[in-house]
Design a protein around this ligand. Structure first.
Ligand code: PLZ
Length: 423
């Protein structure tokens, strides 16, 4: 087998430079809470492929379901010759997502595609053009979703012009907005929408209940409920992007549940199918069904292998109670992170929920983001065998997203490496 070093050389000659990687190691296998490269080096996995392998890599039920499906048929296209597993996934999503009202779902391939479709559905159902998004938001890399995403580098730089009718308003970001309470922060955003866009022009308000790429920003309590209430009164479709927060990651099935918020539409991907590419829009039946027959779809959306994996993943989450596992991981990790923060003036905040936690790093004694220190700590973790990711508008947030099946021992060893990296 080629070594990681050899593969890295081959890659430079074959793979476009624009596609980056966090570590220059090439995976041989992964499972539980670890990833092993082709040289036999092991990393404790605090990334889960960016919040995807919540049930772990090659989870037994997923492997079994995928194997069985591959043997029966691999693709017919649901728009051509439909099959049960697509319907079953939609039934599961309609039942699992918050809101006791009638729902429908449609399946796609990627998170960005789900977000694009949520916007299509909201525009079609309301007959309005505008979409409101937030500072620090991340919604994808396609043309519309780049417009919805806040950060220029690396996502948008020189890739424009972008789609129109997208309006950005302030997010509740307690560390950086002077600790505005949720209601006040929401009033500030709502005033901007009403004055600059006009509520009657807004099809959808799109928000990540906890921001992912933007820095694991947890809005102040009351922010999401206040926006939800305003959207209802204004006839605006409230869309929760739960692509990173969903499927037990935050200690509930979905992050909106924490404050009892019931979105009109929810976008889902990542953790839905144990690593196979699948995404969905789930929401109010009257909105979803407003679209004409044939108006939604795509060649691969709801591919039968991905659907089989999704059903097996959902079953695994239920059976192993991975929401409870996320809360346990969060409690252990949170305690260690707060201890690190207490001894390091560069840690401005520990935040997040469940198994979606982060630390924001600043120049000690200031609120100035320190992306260089953040990158150095992350690099020290990688060198010592812990796979961590950074995020944030300022690149100064270290985030932790272990698979929810990580063992106590792996979690503890990972946190030891992290503590040492803070030194
Ligand atoms: N919405 C909230 O987190 C994907 C992107 C990594 P796709 N986040 C990881 C990168 O650098 O590309 C994401 C998300 C939220 C939408 C998306 C987009 O999901 O499946 O990557 O298209």
């Amino acid at each position: 087998m080629a070594t990681s070093e050899e593969l890295h050389k081959r890659r430079a000659e074959a793979v476009a430079r624009g596609v980056g990687s966090t570590i220059p190691a090439y995976v041989d296998r992964a499972g539980g809470g670890t990833i092993t490269d082709v040289d036999g080096r092991e990393w404790i996995d605090f990334a889960a492929g960016i919040a995807v392998t919540n049930v772990g890599n090659s989870a037994p039920r997923v492997v079994e379901a995928v194997r069985a499906q591959v043997e029966r048929f691999t693709h017919t296209c649901f728009m051509v010759a439909p099959y049960e597993s697509y319907v079953a996934v939609c039934e599961q999503l309609n039942a699992l997502t918050p809101g006791g009202f009638g729902k429908r779902s449609a399946l796609f391939n990627s998170g960005a595609e789900a977000v694009e479709n949520a916007v299509k559905i909201a525009r079609h159902a309301t007959g309005r053009p505008a979409v409101v998004v937030f500072d620090h938001a991340y919604h994808g890399r396609t043309n519309l979703t780049m417009a919805l995403t806040a950060k220029n580098m690396p996502y948008k730089h020189r890739f424009g012009p972008f789609a129109g009718e997208v309006y950005r308003v302030p997010m509740s970001y307690p560390l950086r907005d002077g600790g505005l309470d949720g209601a006040t922060a929401a009033a500030r955003s709502i005033e901007m929408i009403e004055k600059q866009v006009g509520a009657e022009n807004v099809a959808a308000l799109l928000i990540e209940p906890i921001q992912g790429e933007g820095g694991f920003v947890v809005p102040a309590e009351g922010f999401l409920p206040a926006l939800r209430e305003w959207a209802t009164a204004a006839g605006v479709v409230f869309v929760a992007d739960e692509i990173q927060t969903g499927f037990c990651r935050t200690g509930d099935w979905f992050a909106c549940e924490h404050e009892g918020v019931e979105p009109d539409l929810i976008t889902l991907a990542k953790g839905i199918a144990g690593g196979l590419p699948l995404a969905a829009v789930t929401g109010r039946a009257e909105l979803m069904d407003a679209v004409h027959v044939g108006g939604l779809g795509g060649t691969y959306g709801g591919n039968p292998i991905a659907c089989a994996a999704a059903l097996a993943s959902i079953e695994t989450m239920r059976e192993l109670d991975l929401a409870a596992a996320a809360r346990r991981i969060g409690a252990v990790m949170g305690e260690r992170l707060r201890a690190i923060a207490a001894g390091d003036p560069g840690v401005a905040e520990v935040r997040g929920r469940g198994a979606m936690l982060a630390v924001e790093i600043v120049v000690p004694g200031t609120s100035t983001p320190d992306p260089a220190a953040t990158a150095a700590i992350s690099a020290a973790c990688h060198a010592a065998g812990l796979l961590t990711l950074t995020c944030g508008t300022y690149g100064n947030v270290l985030r932790f997203l272990p698979p929810l099946v990580i063992s106590d021992d792996e979690l503890g060893r990972g946190l030891d490496i992290l503590a040492a990296a803070f030194g």
